[in-house]
Write a protein that binds this ligand. Structure first.
Ligand code: ZN
Length: 284
């Protein structure tokens, strides 16, 4: 699928400041975030080697986040839940213009399946709702295409959990309603009472706020380099598009807006336009 690059991302790229990557000792193996997990819905870390300037990486024509420093650059590739296990590759463009490919292997992962029987009216959308959903899906694709310079030197991509509460491990859950497969669950659900403050998981620029059919009141955050996160079903939104928020800053409140059965936070994390498991960004 091809995505249009929206004007908004060009604007964001133009607004942000280019920061020269400082020199740093190479990182220790296990204390890095996100944790690498080469499965559908996971994140692959691909060493790109040394280079005076940051190389560019692409999965097909989609730009991939590159972190590190001149001693060792690393591409961070999000793997789609829909991706089949097997070999894959990214293209790397070095600062001198030379191109090379870097290969990786995706291992299989079987996510849990949930089969539900619900009244037909709860599964099929009315023509109006379907039209609304189509518009919102296009909008979401535009947002997902955001690729900006990071606001700060985000070498450590550890996130803080946006709300305290019981975290479900339902990322990737395959849902079948009345025998029909739905999209797998693309984020982490956290149980919390209505009104609980929701905090930015990491320093970010707010790139969208809105009320969406399925997700309800939603905030999209841009952490730079195609790393985005979203919080959904909010009862209140305290930020506006263009705001810069620090990690831990209150951005909204837990609610039950959109298509949900009760108050909770749905938290999604996206890399290269692909929803990945938010748990990989949290300290265990
Ligand atoms: Zn959810």
């Amino acid at each position: 699928m091809t995505f249009l690059i929206p004007r908004r991302s060009a604007l964001l790229a133009g607004l942000s400041t280019l920061v020269a990557a400082p020199w740093r000792p190479a990182q220790a193996g296990s204390d890095v975030w996100p944790q690498a997990l080469a499965v559908p819905g996971g994140v692959v870390r691909l060493p790109l080697g040394p280079s005076a300037e940051r190389p560019q990486a692409f999965s097909g024509d989609i730009p991939v986040k590159v972190i590190g420093d001149p001693i060792a650059w690393t591409a961070l590739l999000g793997i789609a839940l829909s991706k089949e296990p097997g070999e894959g590759q990214i293209t790397v463009r070095m600062p001198d213009g030379s191109l090379r490919t870097v290969s990786y292997t995706i291992a299989p992962k079987r996510y849990e399946e949930q089969r539900l029987k619900v009244a037909p009216g709860h599964v099929d959308l009315s023509p109006e709702d379907l039209a609304r959903y189509e518009r919102e899906r296009q909008r979401a694709q535009e947002i997902a295409a955001t690729f900006s310079e990071p606001l700060s030197d985000t070498f450590d991509l550890r996130m803080q959990v946006p709300v305290d509460g019981r975290r479900s491990s339902s990322f990737g859950l395959r849902r079948v309603f009345n025998g029909q497969s739905r999209n797998p669950h693309s984020g982490m659900d956290i149980a919390a009472p209505r009104g609980t403050p929701v905090r930015a998981p990491m320093t970010a620029r707010v790139i969208d706020t809105g009320d969406y059919f399925f997700n309800g009141n939603t905030i999209w955050l841009d952490h730079g380099g195609g790393l985005l996160s979203m919080v959904c079903h909010l009862s209140a939104i305290h930020v506006r598009e263009g705001d810069v928020v620090q990690a831990g800053e209150i951005i909204g409140k837990v609610g039950a807006t959109g298509r949900v059965t009760g108050p909770h936070l749905h938290w999604g994390v996206m890399l290269n336009r692909t929803m990945v498991d938010p748990a990989l960004f949290l300290a265990t």
